[in-house]
Design a protein around this ligand. Sequence first.
Ligand SMILES: [Zn+2]
Length: 242
Amino acid sequence: MPRQHITAHIAILGCVCLGLQAYLFHLDQPVNAGTAPAGQDFDSPGSVSVVVNKERPLRDPAYVPGELADVGGVALRREAADAFARMTADAAGTGVVITPVSGFRTADAQGVLHADYAGRYGSELAESISALPGHSEHQTGLAVDIGAADRACSLQACFEGTGAGAWAAANAHRYGFIIRYPAGAEAITGYAYEPWHLRYLGPAAAAEIHDAGITLEEYAGLYRPPGSPTAPPLHPPLDALP
Ligand SMILES: [Zn+2]
Protein backbone atom coordinates (compact mmCIF):
# COMPACT_ATOMS: atom_id res chain seq x y z
CA MET A 1 0.00 0.00 0.00
CA PRO A 2 1.44 3.44 -0.97
CA ARG A 3 2.73 5.46 1.96
CA GLN A 4 0.21 8.32 1.45
CA HIS A 5 -2.66 5.80 1.67
CA ILE A 6 -1.33 4.49 4.96
CA THR A 7 -1.00 8.05 6.28
CA ALA A 8 -4.60 8.77 5.22
CA HIS A 9 -5.83 5.62 6.94
CA ILE A 10 -4.03 6.54 10.14
CA ALA A 11 -5.52 10.06 9.99
CA ILE A 12 -9.05 8.67 9.49
CA LEU A 13 -8.57 6.18 12.31
CA GLY A 14 -7.34 9.01 14.55
CA CYS A 15 -10.42 11.10 13.75
CA VAL A 16 -12.75 8.17 14.48
CA CYS A 17 -10.98 7.55 17.81
CA LEU A 18 -11.19 11.20 18.80
CA GLY A 19 -14.86 11.32 17.83
CA LEU A 20 -15.59 8.18 19.84
CA GLN A 21 -13.71 9.60 22.82
CA ALA A 22 -15.67 12.84 22.62
CA TYR A 23 -18.93 10.89 22.36
CA LEU A 24 -18.10 8.69 25.36
CA PHE A 25 -17.00 11.74 27.36
CA HIS A 26 -20.31 13.38 26.50
CA LEU A 27 -22.24 10.29 27.66
CA ASP A 28 -20.30 10.34 30.89
CA GLN A 29 -21.53 13.79 31.81
CA PRO A 30 -24.43 13.74 34.27
CA VAL A 31 -27.68 15.24 33.04
CA ASN A 32 -28.16 18.75 34.41
CA ALA A 33 -24.55 18.84 35.46
CA GLY A 34 -25.06 22.34 36.72
CA THR A 35 -22.94 24.00 34.10
CA ALA A 36 -24.64 27.18 33.03
CA PRO A 37 -24.80 27.78 29.29
CA ALA A 38 -22.09 30.23 28.30
CA GLY A 39 -22.93 33.79 27.45
CA GLN A 40 -26.15 34.05 29.40
CA ASP A 41 -26.59 36.38 32.33
CA PHE A 42 -28.78 34.74 34.97
CA ASP A 43 -28.00 37.38 37.59
CA SER A 44 -28.69 40.87 36.28
CA PRO A 45 -32.29 42.00 36.69
CA GLY A 46 -32.26 43.58 33.23
CA SER A 47 -31.18 40.33 31.51
CA VAL A 48 -33.88 38.28 29.75
CA SER A 49 -32.23 35.21 31.32
CA VAL A 50 -32.39 36.43 34.93
CA VAL A 51 -33.35 33.78 37.48
CA VAL A 52 -35.53 35.16 40.26
CA ASN A 53 -36.96 32.79 42.81
CA LYS A 54 -37.50 32.46 46.54
CA GLU A 55 -33.77 32.12 47.15
CA ARG A 56 -32.69 34.68 44.56
CA PRO A 57 -34.57 37.92 45.15
CA LEU A 58 -33.92 41.02 43.10
CA ARG A 59 -31.01 43.00 44.56
CA ASP A 60 -33.19 46.10 44.54
CA PRO A 61 -36.56 45.14 46.04
CA ALA A 62 -38.14 48.15 44.32
CA TYR A 63 -36.68 47.26 40.89
CA VAL A 64 -38.65 48.47 37.87
CA PRO A 65 -37.58 47.27 34.40
CA GLY A 66 -37.01 49.76 31.63
CA GLU A 67 -38.90 49.71 28.35
CA LEU A 68 -42.23 48.37 29.49
CA ALA A 69 -44.83 48.03 26.77
CA ASP A 70 -48.57 47.44 26.92
CA VAL A 71 -49.88 44.23 25.43
CA GLY A 72 -53.58 43.45 25.78
CA GLY A 73 -53.85 45.60 28.90
CA VAL A 74 -50.85 44.26 30.81
CA ALA A 75 -47.28 45.59 30.82
CA LEU A 76 -44.26 43.49 29.80
CA ARG A 77 -40.68 44.24 28.79
CA ARG A 78 -40.82 45.28 25.14
CA GLU A 79 -39.12 42.15 23.77
CA ALA A 80 -41.48 39.94 25.76
CA ALA A 81 -44.49 42.06 24.81
CA ASP A 82 -43.69 41.79 21.11
CA ALA A 83 -43.23 38.02 21.38
CA PHE A 84 -46.45 37.70 23.36
CA ALA A 85 -48.37 39.69 20.73
CA ARG A 86 -47.04 37.41 17.96
CA MET A 87 -47.89 34.31 19.97
CA THR A 88 -51.45 35.31 20.77
CA ALA A 89 -52.05 36.39 17.17
CA ASP A 90 -50.86 33.01 15.89
CA ALA A 91 -52.97 31.20 18.49
CA ALA A 92 -55.99 33.24 17.47
CA GLY A 93 -55.27 32.25 13.88
CA THR A 94 -55.84 28.65 14.89
CA GLY A 95 -59.02 29.53 16.78
CA VAL A 96 -57.47 29.64 20.27
CA VAL A 97 -57.93 32.81 22.31
CA ILE A 98 -55.22 33.45 24.90
CA THR A 99 -55.80 36.45 27.15
CA PRO A 100 -53.17 38.12 29.32
CA VAL A 101 -54.29 38.20 32.94
CA SER A 102 -51.29 39.70 34.71
CA GLY A 103 -47.89 40.96 33.58
CA PHE A 104 -45.48 43.34 35.26
CA ARG A 105 -46.25 44.00 38.90
CA THR A 106 -44.50 46.56 41.08
CA ALA A 107 -43.05 45.48 44.42
CA ASP A 108 -45.93 47.29 46.14
CA ALA A 109 -48.57 45.50 44.08
CA GLN A 110 -46.84 42.19 44.78
CA GLY A 111 -46.87 42.96 48.50
CA VAL A 112 -50.60 43.70 48.46
CA LEU A 113 -51.29 40.49 46.51
CA HIS A 114 -49.17 38.35 48.82
CA ALA A 115 -50.76 39.87 51.95
CA ASP A 116 -54.19 39.20 50.46
CA TYR A 117 -53.35 35.52 49.86
CA ALA A 118 -51.81 35.22 53.33
CA GLY A 119 -54.95 36.71 54.88
CA ARG A 120 -57.21 34.36 52.98
CA TYR A 121 -55.24 31.12 53.02
CA GLY A 122 -52.58 31.51 55.71
CA SER A 123 -48.92 32.33 55.18
CA GLU A 124 -47.79 28.78 54.35
CA LEU A 125 -50.15 28.33 51.39
CA ALA A 126 -49.57 31.94 50.36
CA GLU A 127 -45.83 31.14 50.11
CA SER A 128 -46.47 28.28 47.68
CA ILE A 129 -48.71 30.27 45.38
CA SER A 130 -47.34 33.80 45.47
CA ALA A 131 -44.01 35.51 45.93
CA LEU A 132 -42.91 38.14 48.38
CA PRO A 133 -42.08 41.59 46.99
CA GLY A 134 -38.67 41.49 45.27
CA HIS A 135 -38.97 37.72 44.79
CA SER A 136 -41.49 37.67 41.94
CA GLU A 137 -40.73 37.15 38.27
CA HIS A 138 -43.63 39.44 37.54
CA GLN A 139 -41.48 42.29 38.84
CA THR A 140 -38.97 41.67 36.03
CA GLY A 141 -41.57 42.33 33.33
CA LEU A 142 -40.74 38.95 31.80
CA ALA A 143 -43.61 36.90 33.27
CA VAL A 144 -47.20 36.83 32.15
CA ASP A 145 -50.17 34.91 33.49
CA ILE A 146 -52.53 33.82 30.77
CA GLY A 147 -56.17 32.82 30.71
CA ALA A 148 -58.81 31.38 28.41
CA ALA A 149 -61.44 33.56 26.76
CA ASP A 150 -64.21 32.18 28.99
CA ARG A 151 -61.95 32.39 32.07
CA ALA A 152 -62.28 28.62 32.52
CA CYS A 153 -59.94 27.25 35.19
CA SER A 154 -58.46 30.71 35.70
CA LEU A 155 -55.20 30.44 37.70
CA GLN A 156 -55.94 26.79 38.47
CA ALA A 157 -54.07 23.62 37.51
CA CYS A 158 -57.01 22.54 35.32
CA PHE A 159 -56.07 25.44 33.01
CA GLU A 160 -53.77 22.92 31.30
CA GLY A 161 -56.85 21.20 29.89
CA THR A 162 -58.29 24.33 28.29
CA GLY A 163 -57.61 25.17 24.66
CA ALA A 164 -55.46 28.13 25.70
CA GLY A 165 -53.50 26.09 28.24
CA ALA A 166 -52.88 23.19 25.86
CA TRP A 167 -51.86 25.53 23.03
CA ALA A 168 -49.42 27.39 25.27
CA ALA A 169 -47.85 24.18 26.58
CA ALA A 170 -47.29 22.94 23.03
CA ASN A 171 -46.24 26.19 21.35
CA ALA A 172 -45.15 28.94 23.75
CA HIS A 173 -41.47 27.96 23.53
CA ARG A 174 -41.46 28.80 19.83
CA TYR A 175 -42.07 32.42 20.86
CA GLY A 176 -39.56 32.40 23.70
CA PHE A 177 -41.84 31.50 26.63
CA ILE A 178 -41.72 28.54 29.02
CA ILE A 179 -44.19 27.16 31.52
CA ARG A 180 -42.06 28.38 34.40
CA TYR A 181 -43.51 26.19 37.17
CA PRO A 182 -44.10 22.73 35.67
CA ALA A 183 -45.97 19.91 37.37
CA GLY A 184 -43.87 17.88 39.78
CA ALA A 185 -41.05 20.43 40.01
CA GLU A 186 -42.09 22.18 43.21
CA ALA A 187 -38.93 21.03 45.01
CA ILE A 188 -36.86 22.76 42.34
CA THR A 189 -38.84 25.89 41.53
CA GLY A 190 -40.42 26.44 44.94
CA TYR A 191 -43.88 26.73 43.43
CA ALA A 192 -46.82 24.49 42.75
CA TYR A 193 -47.74 23.72 39.13
CA GLU A 194 -48.83 26.88 37.34
CA PRO A 195 -49.72 26.06 33.74
CA TRP A 196 -50.80 29.69 33.28
CA HIS A 197 -47.53 31.39 34.30
CA LEU A 198 -45.32 31.96 31.27
CA ARG A 199 -41.81 33.32 31.46
CA TYR A 200 -40.01 34.95 28.54
CA LEU A 201 -36.42 33.80 27.95
CA GLY A 202 -36.04 34.14 24.20
CA PRO A 203 -36.73 31.37 21.67
CA ALA A 204 -33.37 29.54 21.90
CA ALA A 205 -33.36 29.05 25.67
CA ALA A 206 -37.12 28.42 25.80
CA ALA A 207 -36.88 25.70 23.14
CA GLU A 208 -33.94 24.06 24.91
CA ILE A 209 -35.78 24.00 28.23
CA HIS A 210 -39.01 22.80 26.63
CA ASP A 211 -37.32 20.04 24.63
CA ALA A 212 -35.27 18.83 27.62
CA GLY A 213 -38.30 18.94 29.94
CA ILE A 214 -36.36 20.79 32.62
CA THR A 215 -36.83 23.89 34.76
CA LEU A 216 -35.09 27.23 34.43
CA GLU A 217 -33.14 26.48 37.62
CA GLU A 218 -31.75 23.28 36.10
CA TYR A 219 -31.00 25.00 32.80
CA ALA A 220 -29.10 27.75 34.60
CA GLY A 221 -27.08 25.21 36.59
CA LEU A 222 -28.56 26.39 39.86
CA TYR A 223 -30.01 23.08 40.97
CA ARG A 224 -28.45 19.75 41.89
CA PRO A 225 -30.50 16.88 43.24
CA PRO A 226 -30.23 16.52 47.03
CA GLY A 227 -27.40 14.15 47.94
CA SER A 228 -25.33 15.07 44.89
CA PRO A 229 -21.69 14.74 46.05
CA THR A 230 -20.63 18.01 44.51
CA ALA A 231 -23.82 19.93 45.25
CA PRO A 232 -23.25 23.65 45.58
CA PRO A 233 -25.57 25.62 47.85
CA LEU A 234 -29.01 25.72 46.27
CA HIS A 235 -29.88 29.01 44.62
CA PRO A 236 -27.15 31.20 46.09
CA PRO A 237 -28.64 34.58 46.84
CA LEU A 238 -27.83 37.21 44.24
CA ASP A 239 -26.19 39.34 46.92
CA ALA A 240 -23.67 36.57 47.49
CA LEU A 241 -22.57 36.66 43.86
CA PRO A 242 -19.54 38.71 42.90
ZN1 LIG B 1 -47.66 34.45 37.51
